[in-house]
Design a protein around this ligand. Structure first.
Ligand code: BGC
Length: 261
């Protein structure tokens, strides 16, 4: 637990499931006040709010499309109206789907880029605007992926979006460093979330993925939430512009395990 997080206010996009819910819960344990954003899953967001409250924090679920300026502004307003301010902004919402690139429709490309990259831009812009105008110390955490670094055939749009998140994070981290705003990414590997539920329910696919993880297991959403809490807290006060990989070593070229090469 990080004492400095007590009573801080966070906005988490895509908080209705998976990693977003795990971060919400962890922030509740840190006694924070959390705006849990959702797009369509109101029940999931309400369940996350319950987790926050049970853990000792405060929470509210807010529907908003984070791919729009109005959507992210609605979240800023909800934080300020309900909890008085915003200290931490987590751009967590994301999506993926699989297509060979020669068959990837423009519509699927745009959908994934809109949520995963444009959403990160719009959320960051709204948060930065609030921090700068109010001369306030701020903290932004972007949910990237191991695929900001590892190419992923049949997920070209997803990998492109995460590669974009990497340089966007680094760029705004530099741009706002002297204004007391820290910006970092988290790069999860294979985590046990609804996005992966179907894949990991199949023993063969689960085994294939596990082989690509030096630690030989799938990660738990709470392990990503721990990274988010650390990045949000003053314990990481001199850290900005990084991607903190939470991947059991997936980014370490596991094919070289055993000394081949
Ligand atoms: C994706 C998962 C995938 C993992 C490792 C993540 O970014 O969301 O579906 O299992 O990367 O490839």
């Amino acid at each position: 637990m990080y004492k400095d997080l007590n009573n801080k206010v966070a906005v988490i996009t895509g908080g209705s499931k998976g990693i977003g819910t795990a971060i919400s819960k962890r922030f509740g344990e840190e006694k924070m006040s959390v705006v849990v954003n959702y797009n369509s899953d109101a029940n999931g967001a309400e369940a996350a709010v319950e987790e926050i409250k049970k853990a000792g924090g405060q929470g509210i679920a807010v529907q908003a499309n984070i791919g729009t300026e109005e959507g992210v502004q609605k979240l800023i307003n909800a934080a300020v109206d309900n909890f008085g301010t915003v200290d931490v902004w987590v751009n967590n919402a994301g999506m993926e789907n699989q297509h060979e690139t020669h068959e990837l429709s423009l519509q699927d490309w745009e959908k994934v880029i809109n949520v995963n990259l444009t959403g990160v831009f719009l959320g960051s812009k709204a948060a930065l605007n609030y921090f700068v105008k109010n001369n306030k110390k701020g903290n932004i955490i972007n949910m990237s992926s191991v695929h900001e670094q590892i190419p992923w055939p049949t997920f070209a749009h997803y990998a492109a979006s995460k590669g974009g998140v990497k340089l966007f994070t680094e760029t705004i981290a530099m741009e706002y460093a002297a204004r007391n705003v820290r910006v970092n990414s988290i790069g999860p590997g294979a985590i046990n979330t609804p996005i992966n539920a179907k894949k990991f329910a199949d023993p063969e696919q689960l085994a294939n993925t596990t082989k690509m993880v030096p630690m030989q297991r799938i990660g738990d959403p709470s392990e990503v939430a721990s990274a988010a809490a650390w990045l949000a807290s003053d314990q990481s006060s001199y850290v900005t512009g990084i991607t903190l990989f939470v991947d059991g070593g997936m980014t370490l070229y596991p094919a070289f395990q055993g000394g081949q090469g």
